[in-house]
Ligand binder design. Structure first.
Ligand code: GRG
Length: 291
């Protein structure tokens, strides 16, 4: 059921991105950019934006630019994450990673171009939001992606390799590396729904917790998952000396931590009352996912 929903949403975002890129001037980076962002990946961040939109009864046409922008940032982070100077992975989404297919320099530039494309997509005239909302969303996305978000988290992830770190330090790093983009997904829907500052922060916090849960599930996949289903190498965290919850408290305790985190997220969502079923289903999928 949820798998079908993910596929349906992924197709919508792919169509949007193809259309958007087709309207732009052609360049030789379009092909590696498309390779990195279209026809691959779960596009679960977009589904979470649509699910959050349901809570506020928002129409999908008001959300689609935000979804496409998030997927550009996410794919950019994966392209760069796979580079030899980062996690050095040759396989992504069941295909050679972008630098393996197009070369390192092109992969760096395609990643950078996806980053800037995200902001073009949000500020586009055809995006139905007000300029005020676009500005607030651009500011939030930049904040969640840069040194206070994904990039900052990635820096710590690399620095923490083969170091002894506390539970608190690892959770903080994972909340930035992975959680901040999920924070953006929920908070941007609250911005579009014109919610109060308090509510926007409340939803952002839930997003960050969902992101942490997503990262924990990713760590479980690395330990126990199948390379074929995940479409990327598994069993590499231990070899690389990655600091994860599993590395410091063990698999059993990390599983308990994740289960309790999921309970906390669902309880918080319940507090918000109606229309949270879709997001609840997606959160349940996250912890059990095999890909
Ligand atoms: C500033 C955006 C930006 C990037 C530069 C390289 C880097 C800094 C950050 C990497 C962050 C990273 C790889 C986090 C891991 C998040 C994660 C669990 C990714 C897997 O996401 P899925 O499963 O992937 O949604 P698919 O393939 O389904 O899209």
């Amino acid at each position: 059921m949820i798998e079908k929903k993910l596929k349906r949403n992924a197709n919508k975002i792919d169509k949007f991105l193809i259309n958007f890129l087709n309207k732009q001037k052609k360049s030789s980076l379009v092909s590696p950019m498309k390779y990195g962002v279209i026809s691959g990946g779960k596009k679960i961040r977009s589904t979470i934006i649509f699910d959050s939109g349901k809570i506020f009864r928002l129409k999908e046409k008001k959300l689609i630019n935000i979804c496409a922008a998030v997927e550009c940032i996410h794919s950019y982070s994966l392209i760069h994450d796979d580079l030899p100077c980062m996690d050095n992975d040759a396989l992504r989404r069941g295909k050679p990673s972008t630098h393996k297919k197009f070369g390192e320099a092109t992969a760096v530039l395609a990643g950078n171009s996806l980053l800037t494309l995200a902001f073009e997509i949000i500020s586009d005239d055809k995006n139905l939001l007000s300029n005020y909302q676009k500005n607030e969303i651009i500011r939030l996305l930049a904040n969640c992606s840069g040194h206070t978000g994904i990039a900052g988290g990635q820096e710590l992830d690399l620095k923490f390799e083969n170091k002894s770190k506390s539970l608190k330090q690892i959770i903080e790093m994972q909340k930035n590396k992975t959680g901040k983009l999920f924070n953006f997904c929920l908070q941007s829907a609250a911005i579009i729904a014109k919610k109060s500052k308090k509510e926007k922060l409340f939803f952002g916090k839930i997003g960050e917790q969902i992101g942490l849960l997503f990262q924990l599930a990713d760590d479980f996949l690395d330990l126990k998952g199948s390379k074929k289903l995940a479409g990327k190498p598994t069993k590499k965290d231990k070899k690389k000396g990655k600091s994860t919850l599993i590395s410091i408290i063990g698999y059993e305790n990390a599983s308990k931590y994740a289960y309790n985190l999921k309970k906390k997220i669902l309880l918080n969502l319940k507090k918000h009352g109606k229309n949270t079923k879709d997001l609840t289903d997606t959160v349940n999928f996250i912890l059990n996912r095999k890909y």
